[in-house]
Design a protein around this ligand. Structure first.
Ligand code: ACO
Length: 398
């Protein structure tokens, strides 16, 4: 390796060999285990897709039944986890709450037996089952309410919406939410999945793997973008304001949230499906005032940035779907995490099967052979510019 091999953001550098998912960014194709995501969205369910991703093939009938059954029966949280959540500040971000809760599972299921298939199976079930309960419980607790217990008679997506909104969802809403989960379940080696793989490669427990991935997904350049899209649509407010807003962002070299992707240079296939799902919801439950703003944004951004390959990504229309499903804006990224747990676990398993700890290198660009400068001499040596970069005193807040 030489200095010229360095690529910021590791763009184009293969980090693994994987058979879980594939993206063709020029043609706008996404496949899970070789099956197009459009087909899975139409014909499969999130739980069946999670099985496909994690265990490598579609389940036969009894396997799917058993998988579903086990997940339904592990949805409850230990009361100590609920008590821990009661101590979280209600103003805290739900992604931070989720990261803490995912990590806390490692305290309760602390045996680490990565060579035991039963341990692996149980960890998969627990994480898929409990993450939605954690998200819904935090939402109710921060409003001062008791969490709603999961209902074993409801499917995965319907149960989550039930726990969140305290009422059984409309079947169309539940089906659309299930499709959203399928669409977000996996996406090759993105930042959070890479984070999961690096953590997995140390042979730590799967709860730490998921916790590290949740922390990575939270950032505004990754999963956090879907929240910012809705804030942006609200700030723009009307169709006439779209063009001036986009012109100003481009002039200031600022990114427009929900657009652009490291891999896709055409419209993200998931954005196309999510847009159709949003339209189905508007047809049944009424329009969203920001949909026309979103359509105009897509039109103007395509006109201005299409030549650079900047088109709507998965986060652009998902927020409008989630709003209609009654999901609060700051739960959009946790909902993304509920789905992506499937992909993270698939990569965790794949990593374990051929593990070598991640330990990349660097091109050192710092100094050599420096001497230790005694305190009394530093003020004279450090110029004002260097001093300005030091941490400034901050007022203590409680
Ligand atoms: N708005 C305006 N210009 C953009 C955007 C955007 N959203 N995205 C890319 N561009 C421009 C860049 O300015 C750059 O132009 P230049 O060549 O003139 O400098 C060119 O397109 C290439 O963009 P990069 O920044 O090199 O693309 P990169 O692969 O590094 O970044 C990213 C991808 C981070 C997703 C970027 O497009 C972005 O910040 N988008 C907005 C945030 C967002 O929606 N994130 C969600 C992504 S999907 C997900 O993580 C689930």
């Amino acid at each position: 390796m030489t200095a010229c091999d360095y690529r910021p953001g590791l763009e184009g550098v293969p980090a693994t060999e994987s058979s879980i998912s594939h993206v063709d960014g020029q043609l706008g194709i996404l496949e899970y285990r070789g099956i197009r995501v459009e087909e899975l969205a139409q014909r499969s369910s999130f739980i069946e897709t999670a099985y496909l991703l994690i265990w490598g093939r579609l389940p036969v009938e009894w396997e799917l039944e058993q998988f579903n059954h086990e997940i339904r029966h592990h949805r409850r949280l230990k009361y100590r986890i609920r008590d821990m959540m009661k101590c979280f500040p209600e103003g805290g971000h739900p992604m931070d709450a989720l990261q803490a809760c995912a990590a806390a599972l490692g305290l309760f299921y602390s045996k680490r037996a990565l060579d035991d298939p039963i341990y692996i199976q149980k960890a998969v079930i627990r994480l898929l089952a409990k993450i939605p309960t954690m998200v819904a419980a935090f939402q109710l607790m921060r409003k001062g309410n008791d969490p709603v217990q999961p209902r074993d008679d409801l499917d995965y997506a319907a149960n989550f919406l039930y726990m969140l909104n305290e009422q059984e969802p409309d079947p169309l809403a539940a089906r659309i939410f299930d499709i959203c989960l399928t669409l977000h379940a996996e996406h090759t080696i993105n930042a959070s999945t890479f984070s999961a793989m690096v953590t997995a490669s140390t042979l730590t427990d799967p709860y730490a793997v998921v916790a590290s991935a949740v922390g990575t997904l939270a950032g505004p350049l990754h999963g956090g973008a879907n929240e910012e899209v809705v804030d942006m649509l609200e700030a723009i407010g009307s169709v006439e304001n779209v063009r001036p807003y986009i012109d100003a962002r481009i002039a200031n070299k600022e990114k427009i949230m929900g657009f652009g992707h490291r891999v896709y240079k055409v419209k993200d296939p998931r954005a196309t499906i999510l847009q159709k799902l949003a339209e189905q919801l508007f047809e049944k439950f009424g329009d969203d005032q920001y949909y026309q703003v979103a359509l105009e944004m897509e039109h103007v951004v395509t006109e201005r940035l299409g030549a650079k390959g900047v088109y709507p990504n998965v986060d652009f229309y998902s927020g409008l779907v989630y709003r209609k499903l009654g999901i609060p804006t700051d739960l959009f990224t946790p909902v993304f995490a509920i789905a992506r747990v499937a992909g993270w676990l698939a990569h965790w398993k794949e990593q374990l099967a051929k593990n070598r700890i991640f330990r990349p290198t660097q091109n050192y660009i710092g100094l050599h052979d420096q001497s230790y400068v005694p305190m009394a001499e530093r003020l004279a040596l450090w110029d004002s510019q260097t001093l300005g970069t030091a941490p400034q005193p901050v007022e203590e807040t409680v």
